[in-house]
Write a protein that binds this ligand. Sequence first.
Ligand SMILES: [Cu+2]
Ligand SMILES: [Zn+2]
Length: 210
Amino acid sequence: MMMKSLIVVLAAAAVALADHEDVGQPLRAITRISSPHSELVQGNLTFTQLPDGKVRVEGVVLGMTHGLYGMHVHEKGDITGGCLSTGGHFNPEHKNHGHPNDEDRHVGDLGNLEFDENRIGRVDFVDSKICLSGPHSILGRAIVLHEKADDFGRSSHPDSKKTGNAGGRVACGVIGILDPVGGWHTGASSRPSLASIVLAPIAALLLLVH
Ligand SMILES: [Cu+2]
Ligand SMILES: [Zn+2]
């Protein structure tokens, strides 16, 4: 009886510690945005995986004149041919192009970035479709900033439902790991935590002895 309660306590401790590890280490990614055409256009964006499954996007991009410019996650992290080699909008569910709040949207549709009179574009929003792990993961893909505003698939232009008719690609950057530096590719739910690696054999041993 003593042994059984000890095993239960150890198992509970392992679960509690595993939860704590996940909460303490949010996945964060980063991209350095630059332009093959202009040294003026540049910036940094960070992506933080929130506990509710959404992702917070923060940062500053400089260099575009006052106005709105479409910004998307494109499917490839390939900038060997400038921003053109990043492929199309990241669209794993084969939907139409849309507004970030639409149900019918590409996962990569992040809306417009607004630049002020001083050519500063401040970014701070939460998106519910992009992720830093799993099938919607944007890690290793690219952020692309366009030359025009995104119309969210709502104009009569033939490209509206495909790209938002945002025009050419001005600047881009590959989305990479910021922190933590390990544990990204094992999956948070299936990853054995340090606690379970240490405590599970002890529990098993106690079961055997019992
Ligand atoms: Cu785009
Ligand atoms: Zn799109």
